[in-house]
Design a protein around this ligand. Structure first.
Ligand code: PHE
Length: 452
């Protein structure tokens, strides 16, 4: 017996859920620290270019593939291509979901820990530029037990939401959390730009110094554009599969991209104005948000309140993204293996939690990769997923639309929910060809750089 497929309740519910997937640690944690390490504005421009040229067509393709087939990524590629070979693209996505969530939920745990640190007033005594904040961060990360515990709590919450399903789990939470996140960011941006010395931060973020951008920065910007819109691993195929043909994919995609980009830039503004105002190092790395922001809050009237709110909302943004990753895995086992939602969620959420614990430990001196490299297991999961798996997944999705599904069929799918929509096949094909070439070129560059 087949059960009716779950569906989103409302259009805005879907947009907020998909934006909830897109907006996450990628925007607020990763983007600022990567821009900080790769030359600020130059990195930002390459990243924006990639979002428009590569991100938009692939996002549309993922939604269209999901809605057309009403299936998880493996089933979707298989059904639409009629060939078993293509289902491997879907498998690549499910594998990427395992890998990403394993390190993502570790950082999700950090955001929870920092929410509680804010609550306990631990930031109150911190002074901008002092060493105390980085000592606090290092001391936490270096403990074997605590980060694992917070990671497990984070994964547990993720599992609970996904076990409740699409409408009463994912959609319900996204509708509450996303608007809240925006309000808080606006407040933090206003605080940031009104700091004395904020202009230097804005200049860093918006005035390109191309000399600071190396080839590594370009690869990182491309990988990040996939990561931040949750592309290349089937999350948007899965979310698209809960849509009815009534929805307008083009407008929804634009709304999601605009929201995601605006939130990343706002996070960048809030953070770099503070970094420069207090003379700190923008290339601090992945500790940037956990080291710099805690020293900013005590400067704001009512700062401890904002600190709690900020880290809590960062945690919630992480949660709405993490659930979309777990949903890819869950949807696969429900659709393809006929499993029950609760069973699939708990079992595979549990497996991911276990791998994540290994990743958390790798940051605290128990790195299972230590005998072979000084790269941590955590970093390996991070880099392999965003630099390789997502761009390759996105590339194959573009090739799939071009060479297997067909541009005319793709355009037909876009017409549902947007009756009168017309687009010349050649123009749409050109978009996908350019997207595929840009991604292929950058991936090849990266592989050449690593090999040589
Ligand atoms: N887009 C999310 C973020 O920016 C991360 C993510 C990647 C979510 C891939 C789902 C799939 O944090």
């Amino acid at each position: 017996m087949t059960k009716a497929r779950e569906q989103w309740g409302t259009r805005i519910g879907f947009i907020l859920a998909a934006a909830g997937s897109a907006v996450g640690l990628g925007n607020i944690w990763k983007y600022p620290h990567m821009a900080g390490e790769h030359g600020g504005a130059a990195f930002t421009l390459v990243y924006l270019f990639c979002i428009i040229i590569v991100g938009l067509p692939i996002l549309l393709a993922e939604f269209a593939i999901g809605r057309k087939t009403q299936l998880n990524p493996v089933g979707a590629f298989w059904t639409l291509s009629g060939s078993k070979a293509w289902k491997w693209v879907g498998f690549l996505g499910v594998a990427a979901a395992f890998i990403i969530l394993s390190f993502y939920s570790v950082v999700g745990g950090w955001t929870l820990k920092y929410s509680f640190l804010g609550l306990s007033g631990a930031f109150n005594e911190l002074l901008p530029g002092s060493e105390a904040a980085s000592q606090m961060y290092d001391a936490f990360i270096a403990k074997p037990f605590e980060p694992v515990l917070w990671h497990l709590i984070f994964m547990g919450l993720c599992i609970l939401i996904i076990a409740r399903g699409v409408k009463s789990g994912i959609e319900r939470w996204s509708k509450i959390l996303m608007p809240l996140l925006i309000v808080i960011l606006v407040i933090l941006v206003i605080r940031g730009v009104t700091l004395e010395g904020a202009a230097a931060g804005l200049e860093f973020l918006f005035k390109p110094k191309w000399g600071d951008l190396d080839a590594g920065g370009v690869v990182a910007a491309l990988g990040h554009s996939f990561f931040t819109i949750s592309l290349g691993m089937g999350a948007m195929i899965t979310y698209g599969s809960y849509l009815t043909p009534k929805s307008d994919l083009i407008r929804s995609s634009l709304a999601i991209i605009v929201l995601d980009t605006a939130i990343a830039l706002m996070a960048g503004i809030a953070i770099f104005t503070a970094v420069f105002a207090f003379g700190q190092d923008p290339a601090e790395g992945e500790g940037l948000i956990f080291v710099v922001l805690p020293t900013l809050f005590p400067q704001i009237p009512g700062g401890s309140f904002f600190a709690i709110l900020f880290f809590f909302l960062l945690f919630l943004a992480a949660l709405t993204s993490a659930v979309s990753i777990l949903e890819v895995v869950t949807a696969y086992f429900i659709d393809e293996k006929g499993w029950d939602r609760v069973r699939a969620t708990f079992l595979f959420g549990g497996v991911i939690a276990a791998v994540g614990a290994v990743a958390a430990l790798s940051m605290s001196g128990y790195n299972i990769l230590a005998p072979i490299t000084n790269f941590t297991f955590f970093n390996l999961l991070n880099v392999v997923s965003y630099k390789y798996m997502l761009p390759i997944g996105g590339f194959l999705t573009a090739v799939f639309v071009l060479a297997r599904w067909g541009i005319p069929q793709f355009i037909e799918e876009l017409k549902y929910g947007l009756p009168g929509f017309k687009a010349p096949v050649a123009v749409v094909a050109a978009f996908f060809i350019v997207a595929a070439i840009v991604v292929a070129y950058i991936i090849i560059q990266e592989i050449v750089a690593v090999v040589s």
